[in-house]
Design a protein around this ligand. Sequence first.
Ligand SMILES: [Zn+2]
Length: 239
Amino acid sequence: MSYLIALDDGHGINTPGKRTPTFSDGSVMKENEFNRRVVALLYVELKRCGFRILLVAPTGEDIPLGTRVKRANDAKADFYLSVHANAAGGMWGKAEGIETYAGKTEASKRAARILQRYLIQGTKLKDRGIKDGSWLYVAKYTNMPTVLVECGFMDNRREAELLRSEAYRQECAVELARGLCEYFSVPYVPEPAVQGIADDGKTYRLRTGTFKGITTATRFKNELERKFGWTVYIEETDA
Ligand SMILES: [Zn+2]
């Protein structure tokens, strides 16, 4: 029987307050956009490594913490991971880095140290260390090791740009998966497409395909942007 990981995306999409200040392009990123994307990417990573996953808040709603915890307890999950982005105040500021909150048990503390180490190694952000998270609702009432990660500050301009990028979200998901694999002594299985490809540092442009008509092209552009948070350009072509 494989391990069951409960994944928690922190808040609802419309939870008040939980968002970046306004970017120079006028947009705002809600914390849940980051949290739920990392959870979705982590889901894929962990599945590949043989884990079973319980999404304790699979919709965009702000599922009450009591419900999230009950779902994990009822399913007898082996681990509870809550994914967040941090904030120091409502305005752009200088707070930076990643911190990880450990639940009340020694197992939670060991897991927190491992996850924090992977996140720092992978992202190179400032290491704010392990914090006591035993007071957190999700740590207090869960029956399994529980860790909450704060993957950078939404009100730090540089980190907010990272938090809204697909590459950074993917990086966080990969590091969290590698950390959980180490914690459970399960071999980490990389994405098959990149296995054995050594990086060459060159610049590449991705192409998706050709589309007949500007309406169809725009529809796919919008879908890709919505789904992955990428910026997609439309070019007219003879092909
Ligand atoms: Zn949060």
